[in-house]
Each structure stands twice: as structure tokens, then as C-alpha cells.
Design a protein around this ligand. Structure first.
Ligand code: PBG
Length: 328
């Protein structure tokens, strides 16, 4: 026998020199849920270990993450029902606690990267990402609302705008609005291939943002499709996106690979709430070992071709690395 692949696996050091995929905490983006008020840290029941934070408690949490090597955060607002309406006007209101918090966070930690979410759903009384009339989610009527939201977020200090609504033409619309208002260096991480997935449940619990009627299938993609993801990617590139995102991640590793092979833009993958909750639940039952299953899961997303991973496990991964449980 001449060829013995096992020779390259004999010791840990040898395994390390042939390691193909390396995932650093700096490749991770940590999602955080923000709520108005003070002294609030309320756990999301369906996403154990994740909380709705008021700003005063979120700041030390961010500090802790920075010390662990996490530099990027994606922020989502949990908005009181009384502030929601059909046109999501609170999303760009001066008094919006999310915008004020962005400003405060960037003042305190100017070197971190803050990513936003641009979509109507946290602010919409209909619970949809676009403007609803007579049961229809209207595309072109939604764009000016997204534009105002994006400009307000840029003004508050967001580094990268994250349009997550899947309306057609939003990247170009938002890019033009940002440029016109002087925010040429604010990036756009487009939710390029965002699927109408059953795995967003815990997130919608966190924000109380589930659609009041119907589903999101007229704007989010059909899980059966991947060629269509290429079409979305090409459009986002020509419209000026700086990053392309695939969401969810684990059930769509083939789509991550497809976009990586067909684009020169950095590819982000959103390891969504339901995907994280599944693993957490299995570990809580003693059916899987968290310290092994969690890093393997994140590595698989990176290996598929994601340059950047948005995951609720970011902090735990960084902790494991600090404690020497993961070698880079
Ligand atoms: C809203 C949005 C959703 C997620 C991110 N932004 C939910 C949805 O589209 O219904 C889901 C993230 C997650 O499940 O972790 N546009």
C-alpha cells in the first residue's frame, strides 16, 4: 500500500498543518435583540441563552464580546405593539430607541462593526417586511420606507445596512438614497437568497414579529430553488451590494457554495434562530455534546464557502477559543 491518507492524521500537530478550514471569531457576527427601557435582560424562551437587552445592559454585554474577540454585531429591535403601524413610521422616527442605541453604542465602541436590519416587520402592524394593501405585499410602495429607514440608521452610525425584506430593487434604491445623503462609505450586506423558511420561529418570538396574516412566500424564496439564488445574486451585485447573504445556512449549504463560486463579493451566511435552537435543544437533552457539535456546525458553514457567519453561537465559540478548546 503506497498511499496512506491516515499518515496525515497521525498527530494533532500533523492534523493542524493540513487543516483546510479555519474559523476565527472575527469572521463571526453576533445577533443581539434590543428592547426599550432599563435593567432589562429577558430570555427568549425558544432561543435559550439569548436575551432582549435594554441598552444599559447591552453595553457591558458588547464589552464582554469585544474582549473575547468578536468585533461585529447585528442589532434587532423588539418594538412595542403600540408603536407599530401599517407604514412602519417609527422605524425612522428621531425618538426611535433603536436609532438612539446605535448612536450610543458606536460612541462607546467606535471600532466595532454594527450591522442593521432594514425591513418593515419589527415596526409593521401587519408583521410583514413590506407594505400591505388589500392582502398584497406591495413592492414599489415599500422602497421609499426602506430608503428612509436605511438613511436614519446610517445617520445613527450603522456601518453596514442589512436589507432583509427581499423586495425587488431595494439594494439600488437604498444605495442611491445613502449616496445622496452623503453616506457613501456605509456598506450594504444584502439578504440575497433569503428563503421562506420554517426556521425563523424563535426570532419571531423574540421580536413578536410574526405575520398577522398569510406567509412570506411572495417575497422570500422557495426552498426548492437555487438557480434563482444566482439571479438574485447577479441583481444585488449590479445594484451595488457589498456582501451577499444566504439565509438560513445549514439547509442551504449548497446555495452558499453556489454563490461563492459565482461571485467575487464576500459571502455571508445567516445561521438562523431555529437552526441554533435545534442544536441547543438536543444538547440540553443530553443527546449531543455542545462543545463538539457547535464548532463542527459552524465549521461546516465556513467550509461550504461562507466568509462571514451570523450566529447566536458567536460568543460561545469565541469563549471556547479563548479557553483553548478550539485551535485556530
Ligand atoms: C426580518 C428578519 C427575520 C430574520 C432576520 N430578519 C425573520 C423573517 O424574515 O421573518 C430571521 C433571523 C433568525 O431566524 O435568526 N426581516
Amino acid at each position: 500500500m503506497l498511499a496512506r491518507p491516515r499518515r496525515n492524521r497521525v498527530t494533532e500537530t500533523i492534523r493542524d498543518i493540513v487543516k483546510e478550514t479555519i474559523l476565527r471569531p472575527t469572521n463571526l457576527i453576533y445577533p443581539l435583540f434590543l428592547v426599550d427601557g432599563e435593567h432589562i435582560k429577558s430570555e427568549v424562551k425558544s432561543l435559550p441563552g439569548n436575551y432582549r437587552w435594554s441598552l444599559d445592559l447591552m453595553l457591558p454585554e458588547i464589552q464582554e464580546c469585544i474582549e473575547l474577540g468578536i468585533q461585529s454585531f447585528i442589532l434587532f429591535p423588539s418594538v412595542d405593539d403600540s408603536l407599530k403601524n401599517s407604514t412602519a413610521t417609527y422605524s425612522y422616527n428621531d425618538k426611535n430607541f433603536y436609532l438612539k442605541a446605535i448612536n450610543a453604542i458606536k460612541k462607546k465602541y467606535p471600532n466595532i462593526c454594527l450591522i442593521s436590519d432594514v425591513a418593515m416587520d419589527p415596526y409593521s402592524s401587519d408583521g410583514h417586511d413590506g407594505f400591505v394593501r388589500d392582502g398584497e405585499i406591495l413592492n414599489d410602495e415599500t422602497l421609499p420606507i426602506l430608503g428612509k429607514m436605511a438613511v436614519a440608521q446610517a445617520q445613527a452610525g450603522i456601518d453596514i445596512i442589512g436589507p432583509s425584506d427581499m423586495m425587488d430593487g431595494r439594494v439600488e434604491y437604498i444605495r442611491k438614497e445613502l449616496d445622496e445623503e452623503g453616506y457613501k462609505n456605509v456598506g450594504i450586506m444584502s439578504y440575497t437568497a433569503k428563503y421562506a423558511s420554517a426556521f425563523y420561529g424563535p426570532f419571531r418570538d423574540a421580536l413578536d414579529s410574526a405575520p398577522k396574516e398569510g406567509d412570506k412566500k411572495t417575497y422570500q424564496m422557495d426552498p426548492a430553488n437555487s438557480i434563482e439564488a444566482l439571479r438574485e445574486a447577479q441583481l444585488d451585485e449590479t445594484e451595488g451590494a457589498d456582501y451577499l447573504m444566504v439565509k438560513p445556512a445549514l439547509n442551504y449549504l449548497d446555495v452558499i457554495r453556489l454563490l461563492k463560486q459565482n461571485s467575487n463579493l464576500p459571502i455571508a451566511a445567516y445561521h438562523v434562530s431555529g437552526e441554533c435552537a435545534m442544536l441547543t435543544a438536543a444538547c440540553q437533552n443530553g443527546w449531543l455534546e455542545y462543545d463538539k457539535a457547535m464548532p463542527e456546525t459552524l465549521l461546516s458553514i465556513k467550509r461550504a464557502g461562507a466568509d462571514i457567519i451570523i450566529t447566536y453561537f458567536a460568543k460561545d465559540y469565541a469563549k471556547m477559543q479563548r479557553d483553548g478548546k478550539i485551535t485556530l
